[in-house]
Design a protein around this ligand. Structure first.
Ligand code: HEM
Length: 434
């Protein structure tokens, strides 16, 4: 008798055979992709360097172990770079850029990932007064209040109804942050971004896995990628990807995690989490609507503020809490999260044209950081390159300059955001406050 499970199994098995049969052809074409549309001389130079790395690493079990010599942007002593990482990152850039060109042949080009904005909110980031000395680094060194912008999004690469189960993104851009900057793909001058997701780990936790997901899903079909996971016995990844997607009550009611690690100072590796602490919670509507997540936030913020605790988790053991695999959730039992700041979102009107435009114009990246909070690990190394590359691409397609929100010179309070239309030299164009 044919049960649905059997049919699914047979279909996945057939797809797996197909995907493995294609592997040889795919590997050859991966190289071609890099010289396709969107690649340039610069990329080819990087690839050559990548190939040389691969050569160098034959004696090092495929890893390129580097030191922390270049404190402002190089690889830290905590990281191990696989030999072909640079090539995989470039492949992803080109495949995703091609996909964006196809997805948005005319009109506004949106983000490739997280294109649906659920809200763009004004907030305050209030650093705690009594932080332990080991965590009192960078932005956490002094107790003070910063203004911030938040973009809340749905993760799906397509704009979908809020009824669709999904992960939600929570990107914070703290402004007016002075100090020495991380210098890889960081074109902003005074921001500290924290980019989080509504799940404690990134199931596609290595560059290789993420690359394969992008490659097989876009070039063939998500089912082909799924079939490869089945055949390689990675059921737990399929299960995690399924569990991560949910129908939440409101993005203001749920918890978020950085999933990827960051430096704290020079000697500690940490992850972040945001824990909701608002007095008000939204109910799940009896019938979900296309915009119920935004509507619930609107009801919440019409008369009441929302708040979160911003927490840090310190790495205790590099093997159980790895830097190079974001798919591993770090045990909270072994290392509990510690509060270092409050994120306060005041009552506000946010469903405006101005905010919608701002959500499109802002660029978030783990690279927008002080050196003390620099991103580490493979997925972050990929993100710092890819986010800048694709953000520049979409801004160019939209004929928009890149912007960085800042305080006005007098450092006054942020009241309304007003985008300047002037473009500064290079990529620094400033959206002024007030
Ligand atoms: C190599 C792995 C990843 C790739 C290739 C990738 C790709 C992207 C891209 C292309 C964007 C849009 C960037 C822009 O146009 O401005 C984006 C946004 C985003 N990503 Fe990732 N991502 C990766 C991993 C992650 C991880 C581990 C997280 C976990 C926190 C994450 C969370 C987000 C969020 C929240 C946004 C929306 C940011 C915003 O509001 O602008 N991503 N991602």
């Amino acid at each position: 008798m044919k049960t649905p499970a059997m049919i699914l199994f047979v279909a996945l098995f057939a797809l797996a055979l197909l995907s493995f049969a294609c592997t040889e052809a795919i590997t050859t074409r991966e190289t071609d992709v890099r010289s396709g549309p969107g690649s340039d001389g610069n990329q080819q130079g990087t690839l050559k360097a990548g190939d040389e790395l691969a050569q160098n690493n034959k004696s090092n079990k495929g890893y390129n172990v580097q030191s922390s010599d270049n404190k402002l942007g190089g690889i830290t002593k905590f990281e191990k770079v696989p030999a072909d990482e640079e090539r995989l990152i470039k492949n992803m850039e080109v495949i995703l850029q091609e996909k964006m060109s196809k997805d948005y042949p005319a009109g506004l080009t949106k983000r490739d990932a997280h294109p649906k904005s659920l809200a763009c909110l004004q907030a305050e980031f209030i650093v705690e007064p009594n932080i332990s000395s080991e965590l009192k680094k960078g932005i956490f060194a002094l107790s003070r209040t910063y203004h911030a912008w938040i973009r809340i999004s749905s993760a799906s690469g397509k704009i979908e109804s809020d009824k669709a189960k999904d992960l939600r993104g929570f990107a914070i851009k703290i402004i007016g942050v002075k100090g020495q900057r991380f210098q890889t793909h960081n074109n902003e001058k005074e921001t500290q971004d924290f980019v989080l997701l509504s799940y404690p780990s990134m199931p596609l936790g290595t560059v290789k896995l993420f690359h394969d997901a992008v490659y097989y899903s876009i070039k063939f079909s998500p089912l082909v990628f799924l079939a490869r996971l089945v055949v390689s016995g990675d059921f737990h990844i399929i299960n995690e990807l399924r569990k991560a997607r949910q129908n939440q009550t409101s993005p203001l009611d749920i918890r978020y995690w950085s999933t990827t690690p960051y430096l704290c100072g020079t000697d500690l590796i940490v992850k972040y989490s945001l824990v909701p602490t608002s007095r008000i919670k939204s109910p799940l509507p009896p019938k979900l609507t296309d915009h119920y997540l935004t509507e619930n936030m609107e009801k919440h913020l019409t008369a009441n503020e929302a708040s979160f605790d911003f927490m840090i988790q310190v790495q205790k053991d590099p093997s159980r809490m790895p830097v190079e695999d974001a798919g591993v959730e770090w045990s909270e039992k072994e290392s509990p999260f510690i509060k270092v700041a409050t994120l306060r979102i005041p009552a506000q009107v946010f469903r405006t044209r101005e905010r919608e435009d701002l959500a499109e114009d802002l660029s978030f990246s783990p690279a927008h950081s002080l050196i003390e909070h620099r991103p580490v690990g493979g997925i972050n190394r990929a993100r710092v390159e890819i986010y800048q590359y694709l953000s520049e691409f979409r801004h160019k397609q939209n004929n928009k300059p890149l912007i960085e929100p800042r305080y006005k010179a007098d450092g006054g309070e942020m009241l309304n955001f007003r985008l300047s239309t002037s473009v500064c030299s290079g990529r620094e164009m400033i959206g002024g406050m007030r």
